[in-house]
Design a protein around this ligand. Structure first.
Ligand code: BEZ
Length: 209
């Protein structure tokens, strides 16, 4: 087996990193990437990461020639063009825009979830901005409602960019925000997630904290 030619700045709790890891599993590219652990928060940056990505965000992917790709959408797009199997991001047509929009919805759930996590975990309770926290939770609820109402058949049809992204968003809700009890209002999504959670790519990337 040849040595990995790329380096992924990685943290097992990040849902954005998990998307990349799931795609690497699903497309048989795991052995092409070495993982560099990145322990960071908005107030404790990772100096090595900052040298490669001045935004200090993970995931970032350093290629063999030193080029650094970010964010997760760019990395997924790149990696999806590096394997010979069926693309996990449709290359063209309506399917491309629809699947990318569903993926963007999932990314929005992750964004809101990670921001809530930072507010609650890093700021003292007396400084919590409760209206803002509620607005972030509302965003998550609205996006889940749309997925429950409109997207179950599409999510079930392929485990692609859209499904990977939604699965990683739901996994992060379970990790950091079980209090939201997202399954109660979204039983179809819960059933779909139960199924896809059994995939080897999802089992191998269960967040460890
Ligand atoms: C977390 O611990 O929840 C986390 C870690 C890295 C990136 C995003 C979230």
């Amino acid at each position: 087996m040849s040595a990995p030619s790329m380096t992924l700045f990685h943290n097992p709790a990040s849902p954005f990193v998990r998307k990349v890891m799931v795609l690497l599993h699903e497309t048989g590219q795991l052995n092409r990437v070495a993982l560099q652990h990145s322990q960071l928060s908005p107030v404790s940056p990772d100096a090595a990461l900052n040298r490669d990505n001045p935004l200090g965000k993970i995931p970032a992917l350093r290629l063999a020639d030193g080029t650094v790709l970010h964010d997760s959408r760019v990395i997924l797009d790149y990696l999806d063009q590096q394997h010979v199997g069926n693309p996990l991001i449709p290359r063209e047509g309506h399917a491309r825009w629809r699947r990318l929009t569903l993926a963007s919805m999932a990314d929005g759930i992750m964004d809101a979830s990670v921001m809530i996590r930072y507010e609650l975990a890093l700021r003292p309770p007396e400084k919590h901005w409760n209206e803002w926290l509620d607005a972030q939770r509302d965003k998550i609820r609205r996006a889940l409602t749309l997925l429950e109402k409109d997207a179950i058949a599409e999510l079930t049809s392929h485990f692609d960019i859209a499904a990977i992204s939604v699965a990683c968003a739901l996994g992060y809700l379970d990790l950091r925000h079980p209090d939201l009890e997202w399954r109660d209002a979204n039983p179809q999504l819960a059933g779909w997630y139960f199924e896809v959670s059994q995939r080897p790519s999802m089992l191998a990337t269960i967040p460890k904290v």
